[in-house]
Ligand binder design. Structure first.
Ligand SMILES: Cc1ncc(COP(=O)(O)O)c(C=O)c1O
Length: 491
């Protein structure tokens, strides 16, 4: 039965106030984007009035189209200002060793990385089978770029203790077909900074581009350094670094939809562009993936940067640094938990050493107490872990987090580890993706409480345990099927 008053397109339009009420009703089921209790997905500075400013700026430019910079010079001016600010923060611009830096504003980190790979690939049309070298701690978006662009991915392992790649392994992975070498500053999963100077040097020695993925840390590491943290060189001050990405919708605290991709000079950037005139319409020239682009996110980012200024970002970085230290202390205080890496940026990542303390149950216990953390599955000799992206809004919460973590750990011990039926675990370990029929996935999803229309269940430990037992290819397939079950039209 189709209800003609419901859905996105009712026969009779709905009054504005009611529509907004409906959206607010839907939003009530979301995780809290503000308040410092969600340690992934959102970046909250906790600055009064900033949301209102960004929303007003967004509204001002929402209908402006980035398709044609000559039609909307306002957008071009704001984009160029954002690129200039990012370049200056990351060691480029007048008076630096990278005076000719240029860049583009993209829709997000994944798009920036996709374009860095495209530029590197298209700079070498002579290569039939281009390749990129990426430490396994590099963001999954590089694998996506490799997949989309038909570039081969050469992963480099990371040391299980330092969580960094060995420079010799990076050097050994570079081949004549390599078009790009990647370093992270820092990695998302663990928040550790790769040895950028050494990696860039081996890339330069081989005549290969080196991209520094500073999507996550590019807008925090420079402030942390100014505050006295021992941040190693990672930006354009490092010879051999040819491009850098930094997401403004992360630690620049802009609303979603804005990242900056910088190149050391315009010759390096040129193959990023796409131009097409071989049709009867307008000659399309796109520096980035999207063609029509809303000016809203760009205006909102511009307003956010101008309003906070360097002073504001320094204050927020100091608050975040203190919050990281407090959260790390809270982890150290719980028996059986261990920091996977000493925090060197804005991530706290921990694992459990005690078999009686199930990390996935702990995550559920934290969720039940209103703390939303991000579980990470075991991978290539690295244990399962819990990831916390720490933002400035966490600072006032730190004192509450310690007791909550201790209490959740006690509850997780009392509940005991997840005990899935051994035959199910054996199946997860042995099933191949090809053997997964839609019926089998639907059955599994139903058995685990997934696949309804309202998202994931409150308790995810069983699901995570099953995924943890599955090989990577099966994890990918299972989750793809689950997401497919969630994405169903509402009539
Ligand atoms: C280091 C790093 N690179 C790239 C990305 C991808 O960014 P986005 O989710 O904006 O596409 C992220 C996201 O967390 C990241 O942390």
């Amino acid at each position: 039965m189709i209800d003609e008053t419901a859905g996105a397109l009712p026969i009779a339009g709905v009054p504005a106030a009611r529509v907004l009420d409906e959206i607010r009703g839907l939003r009530a089921g979301d995780r809290p984007t503000h308040g410092g209790r969600l340690f992934a997905y959102v970046y909250d500075p906790g600055v009064a009035g900033l949301d209102e400013l960004a929303q007003a700026a967004h509204a001002e430019s929402a209908h402006v189209n980035g398709l044609d910079p000559t039609a909307f010079p306002s957008l071009l001016a704001m984009e160029n200002a954002l690129v200039g600010a990012a370049a200056r923060l990351l060691g480029g611009g007048p008076g630096t060793s990278a005076p000719d830096v240029v860049g583009s504003v993209t829709g997000g980190g994944t798009e920036s990385l996709l374009l860095a790979v495209k530029a590197a690939r298209d700079a070498r049309p002579d290569l039939a089978e281009p390749r990129i070298v990426v430490p396994v701690s590099g963001h999954a978006a590089f694998a996506k770029a490799a997949h989309y662009l038909r570039v081969a991915l050469d992963p480099v392992p990371v040391d299980p203790v330092t969580l960094r790649p060995a420079v010799a392994d990076v050097a050994a992975a570079i081949r004549p077909e390599t078009v790009l070498v990647v370093a992270s500053a820092p990695s998302y999963a663990h928040g550790v900074i790769d040895p950028v100077a050494e990696i860039a040097a081996v890339a330069a020695a081989a005549g290969v581009r080196c991209h520094v993925d500073a999507c996550f840390g590019g807008w925090t590491l420079p402030w942390l350094r100014r505050l006295g943290a021992p941040v190693p060189p990672f930006d354009f001050a490092v010879p051999g670094v040819t491009s850098i990405s930094v997401d403004l919708h992360k630690y620049a605290y802009a609303p979603k939809g804005v990242s900056v991709l910088l190149h050391r000079d315009s010759a390096l950037r040129a193959p990023q562009f796409f131009a097409y005139g071989d049709w009867p319409g307008y000659t399309m020239v796109n520096p980035v993936v999207a063609s029509t682009r809303s000016g809203g996110p760009i205006a909102a980012a511009y307003a956010t940067l101008r309003h906070l200024g360097e002073d504001g970002y320094l204050r927020l970085a100091a608050r975040t640094r203190d919050a990281v230290a407090g959260l790390a202390d809270a982890v150290r205080a719980v028996d059986g938990l261990r920091l996977l890496a000493e925090p060197e940026s804005t991530v706290v990542c921990f694992t459990a050493d005690d078999p009686g303390l199930d990390l996935f149950v702990l995550v559920d216990e934290l969720t039940a107490r209103g703390w939303h953390t991000q579980p990470q599955l075991a991978y290539a000799g690295l244990p399962a872990s819990v990831h916390l992206t720490v933002t400035a809004a966490v600072a006032p919460r730190v004192a509450e987090f310690g007791p909550a973590l201790a209490e959740a750990a006690t509850a997780a011990r009392a509940a005991g580890p997840v005990a899935l039926p051994p035959e199910l675990l054996a199946l997860a370990g042995s099933l191949t993706p090809a053997a997964l029929t839609p019926e089998l996935v639907a059955g599994l999803a139903a058995g685990l409480g997934l696949g309804g229309t309202v998202g994931a269940p409150e308790r995810m430990a069983a699901v995570n345990t099953l995924l943890d037992a599955a090989p990577v290819a099966l994890r990918e397939r299972l989750l793809t099927e689950f997401v497919g079950l969630l994405q169903r039209p509402v009539w």
